[in-house]
Design a protein around this ligand. Structure first.
Ligand code: SF4
Length: 353
């Protein structure tokens, strides 16, 4: 990290300024993104999260990209809310393979109050393993956000998906304003915000700029900004969308990095379709977080060991976790960390053979 004087973090970006960044020659944009990235982060560290679908499919919403919507026939097998112990088993496995944050997603419009008892038990259990916790459960009212925050939930994910102008082409069952209100409730409850969107859904460049403008003009930037490439799932209305130019995807990451210098920009869904070179370019553009593991909710994700091999080839280290624990837990966690490190060394060794 370079501590030289940096311009203050801005929250007043205009659409034209953002479009001007998108229009820079590619090398100039990458250089600017790299400069900002290095001023705020170690460029050789990438945060690693694992995603677990705790309740799959049968969602009443109509998001046109989503295989979990009950409105589209995608052949996805529906699953009920997972038992708490099963979730903890997955969390232990995620930790053993190097994840520092465990994200739990449920395909709900919003959680029912009876579900909250289970999910708060999941939060407490996962935290006790020394992992950061994140959930995505749909819309939250003020009380639900408070309940989750009191259970110790660190992050809440709720994406804006696209620009306010293009939003109606993607979802009709909830409004942009509904989403902003959930994000506001999450902030007010004191949780960190994970919020981003999806590109490649047939939107224009001005919509990609509009999405980033919404995020970058929030009073506090989201701590985590997932940038997803549309995964075209057969049976969803967006299954036949035209491919987005891969450089346009990299530009979106670079612009996000410049606008929100202190946020973790996450290379998220769609990574399965990207080759190693494209992922490396995304890291160069300032992406510094990935999902890792066999599944990203319901779409395939490059297997964990492939990620570790790529990290090794690029000289990237998984970022250390930031879980805050009291001193009594410290010794146990340090011991677990040492064991984990030993396991990872072994893993790297094997992967290199
Ligand atoms: S994106 Fe979320 S809210 Fe939309 S259909 Fe899928 S699971 Fe439901």
């Amino acid at each position: 990290m370079n501590a030289t004087a940096q311009p203050p973090i801005r929250h007043d970006w205009t659409r034209d300024e953002i479009l001007a960044l998108f229009d820079l020659p590619f090398s100039d944009l990458m250089f600017q993104a790299q400069t900002v990235h290095r001023a705020h982060f170690d460029p050789n560290q990438v945060q690693v999260s694992t995603l677990c679908s705790i309740k799959t499919g049968a969602c009443p919403e109509d998001c046109k990209y989503c295989p979990q919507s009950a409105r589209y026939d995608t052949g996805l097998e529906r699953e009920r809310l997972m038992a708490v112990e099963k979730v903890l088993e997955e969390a232990r496995a995620a930790k053993a393979s190097g994840a520092t944050r465990f994200c739990m997603g449920a395909a709900w419009r919003s959680p029912k109050n009876r579900d909250l008892n289970y999910v708060t038990d999941m939060v407490k259990g996962v935290k006790s393993l020394g992992l950061e916790t994140c959930m995505t459960l749909g819309m939250l009212d003020e009380g639900q956000a408070k309940t989750l925050a009191e259970a110790g939930l660190d992050y809440y994910n709720h994406n804006l998906d696209t620009s306010p102008e293009y939003y109606g082409e993607v979802i009709t069952t909830r409004t942009y304003q509904d989403r902003l209100e959930t994000l506001d409730n999450v902030r007010k409850a004191g949780m960190k915000v994970c919020c981003g969107g999806i590109v490649g859904m047939g939107e224009e460049k001005t919509d990609r700029a509009g999405l980033l403008q919404q995020l970058a003009t929030m009073p506090d930037h989201p701590e985590s900004v997932p940038i997803n490439m549309l995964v075209k799932v057969a049976g969803t209305p967006f299954a036949e969308e035209e491919d987005l130019d891969p450089f346009e995807f990299i530009r979106t990451i670079a612009v996000a990095r410049i606008l929100m210098p202190q946020s973790h920009v996450r290379l998220s869904a769609g990574r399965e379709e990207m080759n190693d070179q494209m992922q490396a370019m995304a890291f160069l553009a300032g992406a510094n977080s990935i999902f890792y593991g066999e599944k990203l909710l319901t779409t395939a994700n490059p297997e964990a060991n492939k990620d570790m091999q790529l990290f090794k080839r690029l000289g990237i280290q998984p970022e250390q976790r930031e879980v805050h624990i009291d001193e009594a837990e410290q010794d146990e966690v340090e011991l677990a960390g040492a064991l984990e490190e030993a396991r990872n060394d072994q893993y790297f060794y094997n992967a290199a053979k």
